[in-house]
Design a protein. Sequence first.
Length: 385
Amino acid sequence: MLKTRKLVMIPGPTPVVRSIQDQMGRETVAFGDADFVADFAEVVSDLKALWKCGGEAFVFAGSGTLAMEMAIANIAGKGENVLVCSNGFFGDRFIDLCERKGLNLDVLPAKWGESVTPEQVESRLAAKDYQLVTVTHVETSTGVAAPIAEIARIVRKKSSALYVVDGVAATGGVEETIDPMGIDVLLTCSQKAFGVSPGLAMLWAGKRAMEKRATLGRIPESYIDFDKWLPIMHNPAKYWGTPPVNLIWALKESLRIMKEEGLEERYARHERQGALVDAALEAIGFTVAAKKPFRAPTLSVYLYPEGSGIDDTTFRTMLAEEGVQSAGCLGDFQGKGFRMGHMGNIDKHTLVSAVGAVERACAKSGYRVQFGKALGVLQEGLAKE
Ligand SMILES: Cc1ncc(COP(=O)(O)O)c(C=O)c1O
């Protein structure tokens, strides 16, 4: 039997388009190759320009967690006070990371499906002196987007703390700018809204973050030390750790696609299409776990309709059989729904296929839906694009 193609609709990795795959299939060259060095330099320069960063940008082999660790290691000294604003599982990831670095930690948690608010951050900053505030832009366990620009304004106004944003499930799909927004460190990785295979970590450090690094002297970490990578980011002909040549090319192609689409339009597309997929699934009884106005444009947690009798494992197995890979839920939502990404270089075909497969998976799991109901909502919206 002809196998149904697998669409990778988990919240990362996301589908990798042909032109990006082609870059990964190229014959690998020496990292000192003059053409590659020029490509690498262009990638670093584009990252700085597109995310409006007057400081530095770093690209290196690793996953998002390594970039989180790099952020903390380079701008926080032992014994400093950190406020971790956590909207769920990945927000909490900063806790262990900060504890291991000997930081004094306070956690500002949100209810599952909601976000920490600027007002809550303001009252915490009024009560204590913090040197660092961390926020997860899009929390992948809940599909919640934090109001990062508003929180930035509060952090800047009310404290001298450095502001770290985890953009792993947002960067390239939701607006983020370093200098205009007042972000000191933004970190992300390749496998989400960039639509590149996993393996690349990225980090932007604004001027204040670089100044803080200079005050810390020799930090315990080696591979993720800003000081080790900076000479390479300024001149990729130099060597520190071997750059993943093909992934850098893939990222260059991803950035080319972003520039061609235009970042503003890319962010607007994510908003429109994210809302459409949400509306389509709501039409057949699913609940979007993230409360408005905190719904992320890049991914959603869809809770199974009450009384549907849907069994989580059965549903996601059926969905995979129908050609769509989804992710299970975490924490409070475990077993109650599924997570689906709608970010990166995805087109109308992908969205129609994904929503169609959800309808079939419902039917195959014993939840009777009217075929075409969710698709109808999606199609109406896509036809206006
Ligand atoms: C918001 C967020 N932060 C951090 C991470 C960790 O990234 P990685 O799995 O690439 O280490 C993830 C992973 O999904 C994430 O969604």
